[in-house]
Design a protein around this ligand. Structure first.
Ligand code: XMP
Length: 337
């Protein structure tokens, strides 16, 4: 029976990093940095940076601790939201670490060509990710440590005794097998998500990165229903950007837990510029939830929905209808695929 990490967690956070019983994130950051320095020494550390909150904060923490002994590989799958790849590069490109961005869009899109089944898409993306990562890691040579942005809920969800996975799809990529390393470093393994965000802010990461909403590993590939193509992804990116922009303008970014657009595989008849059109349908999804195991659809203001629909149908080529998903989880999942 493994020791419950809760004991270790309390010891670390409340023992060394508390001030008057309250967690002091500055002190916590210092203690974590010291622990990493001690463990890694002068060894080389390799991290897969996805641009999500966890791996970004892990990168910032590791770079503060070991600087240029950290190697970050950012696999740009081409399945990210508008401008996201550039934002990640901007946040890390200037830091004291070895940051490599791999443009792998072409590889992912050619593997996904003709694939419509959601699970097949997940599997292909997970496998391709590992392949690209391993190839790139091979160029760096042997490393001493492999770092991961695992956080406390990931450990709980994976089962403390190796019990059944609650959400196997969260681990689509699995672990790289062909990389030579001695040990794993998981610097965030004792933190909850809100603590990870707080730590990111203390380490100087930009607010938009630290407060980013969850984004699935397979990215927009599971928000383009059916076959994924570059042109469908571009259409979805524009619609999704407009929705996020309107949510931000309404000041609701932090009261909804996840919100995004989906490009359906249905066309419908509409009237565009006074003439009959036969165009795509975009669905909008927004949920409020505590743990993503259950979720309620967000009661977004009608004006916000109206403004979003008007902008999408007038600004995004090929889309002439917008619908809003009012399904809870269960029975619906958050993602459509
Ligand atoms: P579902 O759709 O299962 O989503 O209700 C719950 C949360 O998990 C995210 N999600 C994923 N995350 N890989 C991931 O890393 C996946 O394959 C995946 N599928 C869903 C989803 O965005 C939501 O936050």
């Amino acid at each position: 029976m493994k020791k419950c990490p809760d004991d270790e967690r309390r010891e670390l956070l409340l023992g060394n990093c508390a001030e008057n019983g309250k967690l002091c994130m500055e002190r916590c950051a210092q203690s974590m940095i010291a622990q990493i320095k001690e463990k890694a020494g002068t060894g080389k550390v390799l991290l897969a940076l996805s641009g999500g909150v966890d791996s970004s904060v892990a990168a910032a923490l590791l770079s503060s601790a070991i600087g240029r002994n950290l190697n970050c590989i950012f696999v740009d799958t081409g399945l990210m939201r508008k401008d996201e790849g550039d934002e990640v590069e901007k946040a890390f490109g200037g830091r004291e670490l070895n940051f490599v961005r791999i443009d792998a869009e072409g590889r992912f899109l050619s593997k996904l060509a003709g694939i419509t089944d959601p699970e097949a898409k997940r599997k292909i993306i997970g496998e391709e990710f590992i392949r690209v990562f391993e190839e790139e890691a091979g160029k760096i040579g042997a490393v001493d440590f492999l770092a991961q942005g695992t956080i406390y809920p990931d450990i709980i969800e994976s089962g403390l005794d190796g019990a059944k996975l609650v959400k196997s799809h969260h681990n689509v990529g699995g672990m790289p097998k062909n990389i030579d390393f001695k040990e794993i470093i998981e610097p965030l393994r004792l933190l909850f998500k809100d603590e990870v965000r707080e730590l990111g802010a203390v380490l100087g990461l930009p607010a938009h990165l630290v407060h980013r909403q969850p984004f699935p590993g397979p990215g927009l590939a599971i928000r383009v229903i059916g076959e994924v193509t570059k042109s469908k992804l571009d259409t979805l990116r524009e619609a999704d950007y407009i929705f996020r922009d309107e949510v931000a303008k309404a000041g609701l970014e932090h009261s909804i837990n996840q919100y995004f657009a989906i490009l359906t595989d249905i066309n419908s008849v509409g009237v565009t510029a006074g003439a009959r059109s036969y165009g795509g349908i975009v669905a909008l999804r927004a949920v409020v939830t505590e743990n993503f195991m259950e979720a309620d659809w967000a009661r977004l203001p009608y004006d916000l929905l109206n403004q979003t629909a008007q902008r999408i149908t007038s600004e995004v080529d090929g889309v002439n209808r917008v619908v809003y998903d009012i399904t809870g989880k269960p029975p619906g999942t958050v993602e459509w695929e």
